[in-house]
Design a protein around this ligand. Sequence first.
Ligand SMILES: [Zn+2]
Length: 239
Amino acid sequence: MELFSQKVKPSELEKGDHVYTWRKKIYTHHGIFIGEGKLIIHLVNPKADGLLHVSTASKSWISSGRGRNKEITTCAMSDCGLEKVVGSGVRVSCIDCFIKKGSLYRFKYEASREFLLAKLRGGTCTTARSDPPKEVIHRATYLLENGYIEYDLINNNCEDFALYCKTGLWSKDIGYQGRSSQANMVHSTKKEDIINNYVEWLKTAIPRSCLKRENKDLGVREDVEKVPVEELSSFHLNL
Ligand SMILES: [Zn+2]
C-alpha cells in the first residue's frame, strides 16, 4: 500500500466525508459526500462547466456560460447533475459522474504536521479539525438549496467550498478565503495566467516551500472564524 494513501472505495465512504478526485492528473476537484444514493455536493465554475441538469422529471438539460458539451452525461440516477439554484455552481452528482474516469480520495483532517509536510502537492489534507458529519451535511445541503458565494478560481473554488462545509471557517479578510487551497500553493507571477489557462499554469508552476504551505494551512490561520451557514452570505457581503 502506498504510504499515506488516501484512496477510498465508494463503499468505504462515510456521510460528511470531504472527497476529491484528480483531474488531468494535475489538479484536484473536491466535494462533500452526503450519502442518499451515493451523492456528492460540489462547486463547479458555472461559467466554464456549462451544462446542468435542471429537471429530473423531463431529463432536460440547459446550457449556461460557454456550455462545453462534453459535460453532458446520460446518467440515469435521479438528481445527478441537479443545480437547485441555477447558475450558483453548487451541484449534486453521483460518485461516477464526480470522479469521471478517475479514482476517489478522502481529504484528511487533523493531519499531523509531518503528514502535511510529506504531501508534495496541496489540496489533499489540513491540520484543521472537521465538524461532526451532521453539521457538514447541513452546510452543504443548505448551500445547494440557497446558493453560495460567487465562484472564484483563486479565492473561492471547489476546495474552499468543501473546506468551509467541513469546518465552518471563513476568512475575515476579503479576497483571502482561498489562501489554503491548491490554487495558492504554487508561485504565480500573473493572476491572468492562472485564469486563462489553469492547467498549463499548474504544469509549470513551482510548488511553494513546505514552510510557506504550512503557514497557509487552514488549521493555523488567524484570519478565519466560524460563520454559521445561514449567515455566510451576509457575513461575506459585509466584509
Ligand atoms: Zn451521475
